[in-house]
Design a protein around this ligand. Structure first.
Ligand SMILES: NC(=O)c1ccc[n+]([C@@H]2O[C@H](COP(=O)([O-])OP(=O)(O)OC[C@H]3O[C@@H](n4cnc5c(N)ncnc54)[C@H](OP(=O)(O)O)[C@@H]3O)[C@@H](O)[C@H]2O)c1
Length: 341
């Protein structure tokens, strides 16, 4: 006799990761024995099955009345917690209610449901690790976001709840067809560099450009749940397999050539040589992109130049396919150029 499918509450179902998880789940025969229950805050979830739930991480009982909260807790066996405030550059107090207090509410809910939690953190927490080789500057655009994700991980660690933590690096489109629900910072910046707008690329010497196709994360998470895994933390990154800055620019040159353009790769300059007065004279978009590039480079630099990785383990344990990062990046750029611009 076949078992009843386990019900998985997916927070953040309308987001980039949530929609990739739903797409991946639909690719699996019989949904891998799982029933996904997507939850969003405001937005629609185009890949949703028959029903979605509306939840607010900032409200008591996740914004539900007492009866609906209890009924949902009775129904749910597993939680994927992917909802969060993901924009960079905001004050710390903007992240706290959603990313930290919101995770506390998810923990309370999961305790009530008797459910394990699979939490989507970020690989950038490596830069704030106690053993990080270099301190991240206070003004780094990612710092408050990373701190909030780190604090959310701590909320889970302080609970007695069975849980896993997945720490993806910047995600790009699906490894098969480049699909993404929305353009990500990587595609936006790549399009800008690819149009020849970047006067130079600020990057610390030797750092890796670590971009992972989003379906690799989704496959790992769903397989972990199918196998009933309830502990572990996983760096969803390429680590020392990741391309370097020259490799990244070579992909951009190839992408431009495929679209009939010639791109002369911009010079790579050490971030400390950036002149603030010169930056201030640039158009706002160039100024903003160059400082984000500098700060993201600093995140990797402070993590030792190469992000920690669990990719070999993810391939072995969760059947994550072996995909060349440069191929996935190119596919993602092609999809973005054809569908998102
Ligand atoms: N995308 C990446 O490259 C990447 C890389 C590393 C880590 N991550 C992590 O992966 C997770 C998902 O990222 P993402 O790219 O999918 O984010 P996203 O596209 O920005 O989506 C955020 C999701 O969170 C929901 N949300 C926001 N505020 C909420 C609230 N108050 N109550 C309930 N739901 C709320 C949004 O719902 P509405 O749409 O309805 O507002 C949306 O579904 C995040 O936790 C992020 O830290 C992502």
């Amino acid at each position: 006799m076949s078992q009843a499918p386990r019900t998985v509450l997916l927070t953040g179902a309308s987001g980039v990761v949530g929609r990739s998880l739903l797409r991946e789940w639909r690719r699996r025969p019989d949904g891998g024995g799982l029933r996904l229950l997507p939850a969003s805050h405001h937005a629609d979830v185009p890949e949703a099955p028959d029903r979605t739930v509306t939840l607010d991480l900032t409200a008591d009982r996740l914004g539900l009345d007492a009866d609906s909260y209890a009924a949902l807790a009775d129904e749910v066996d597993v939680v994927i917690h992917s909802a969060g405030l993901t924009e960079w550059g905001l004050p710390a107090e903007r992240y706290e209610p959603i990313n930290v207090a919101g995770t506390r509410r998810i923990v309370e809910f999961a305790e009530r449901a008797g459910a394990a939690v699979h939490f989507m953190s970020t690989a950038f927490v490596a830069a704030l690790d106690d053993g990080a080789p270099k301190p991240l500057s206070e003004g780094n655009v990612c710092r408050n976001y990373i701190s909030s994700k780190r604090a959310a991980e701590q909320v889970l660690a302080d609970s007695w709840l069975p849980h896993t933590v997945f720490r993806p690096t910047n995600l790009v489109g699906d490894s098969v067809d480049g699909w993404t629900a929305q353009p990500q910072i990587v595609q936006l910046m790549s399009a800008w560099i690819g149009r020849g707008r970047a006067p130079y690329i600020p990057a610390h010497p030797g750092i890796r450009m670590d971009f992972v196709p989003q379906d690799l994360l989704s496959k790992a998470v769903l397989t972990a749940i199918e196998l009933g895994e309830e502990e572990g933390d996983f760096w969803v990154t390429y680590g020392d397999e990741a391309m370097d800055v020259d490799g990244c620019l070579a992909v951009l040159v190839k992408h431009a050539a495929e679209r009939g353009r010639t791109l002369r790769p911009p010079a790579i300059v050490p971030p400390e040589t950036l002149d603030e007065d010169e930056l201030a004279r640039l158009p706002p978009m160039s100024r903003s992109y160059l400082s984000v590039l500098r700060d993201v480079s600093e995140v990797t630099w402070c993590s030792g130049g190469v992000l920690p990785t669990s990719m070999p383990l993810l391939r072995e344990r969760y059947d994550v396919p072996e995909v060349q990062d440069t191929d996935a990046y190119l596919r993602s750029l092609t999809y973005a150029a054809e569908h998102l611009s």
